[in-house]
Design a binder for this molecule. Structure first.
Ligand SMILES: *[C@@H]1O[C@H](CO)[C@@H](O)[C@H](O)[C@H]1NC(C)=O
Ligand SMILES: *[C@@H]1O[C@H](CO)[C@@H](O)[C@H](O)[C@H]1NC(C)=O
Length: 174
């Protein structure tokens, strides 16, 4: 199973920021997730019209600290999240999901098939790990906000995703 498929089958944090509305976050529950759903409301900000630095917002959310840390390693993503003029919806897996991934976000079974146990050693190995990590993070960034229900959009990694309410829960599919 591809990492993204696994993540969509897990609880994600839906964090949307726009230049015009206050940020909000909601834990998304996917179609086959068994974990209890939790909802959060972000503290409001009085600077709604001045743009929002998404990286500042996600940096304050303890539940997603692992994922937020990874975004800072990917220049193309951190640059975007630090730019108040650019919109994005961040599908941030929470810490529990990150800790329970079947493999690290920089691992790809195909690399082990091709390069063996040393797949991530040496300079080439570390390049491979970085490029896998970049793909993982980009699959969680949708370059639009607000994001209408049912609208199919491509993540920064190029795969198509959409969300809809299922049993009253925001559910991402892709
Ligand atoms: C961000 O979203 C707001 C609200 O939809 C929109 O007015 C603005 O043009 C968007 N900015 C960019 C850079 O897409
Ligand atoms: C690293 O990658 C380069 C370019 O693909 C290749 O020429 C080189 O042999 C690789 N080095 C190792 C140790 O695999």
């Amino acid at each position: 199973m591809r990492p993204f498929v696994y993540l969509l089958a897990s609880v994600c944090l839906f964090l949307a920021c726009t230049a015009e509305s206050r940020p909000f976050k909601t834990i998304l529950k996917s179609f086959n997730e068994q974990s209890p759903l939790r909802d959060y409301i972000m503290p409001s900000t009085n600077e709604a019209s001045t743009g929002i630095i998404i990286s500042d917002v996600i940096g304050k959310v303890q539940d997603i600290a692992i994922f937020s840390g990874l975004t800072r390693n990917i220049d193309a993503v951190s640059g975007r999240l630090e730019d108040a003029a650019q919109n994005a919806t961040v599908l941030a897996p929470d810490n529990t999901v990150m800790k329970n991934l079947k493999r690290k976000p920089w691992e790809d079974p195909e690399d082990y098939n091709e390069f063996g146990a040393q797949a991530y050693e040496g300079v080439n190995g570390s390049d491979r790990a970085h490029s896998n990590l970049e793909r993982f993070v980009k699959r969680h960034i949708v370059p639009e906000s607000p994001w209408e229900e049912g609208k199919k959009l491509k993540t920064l990694a190029g795969n198509e995703v959409w969300w809809e309410f299922k049993n009253g829960q925001k559910t991402v599919s892709g």
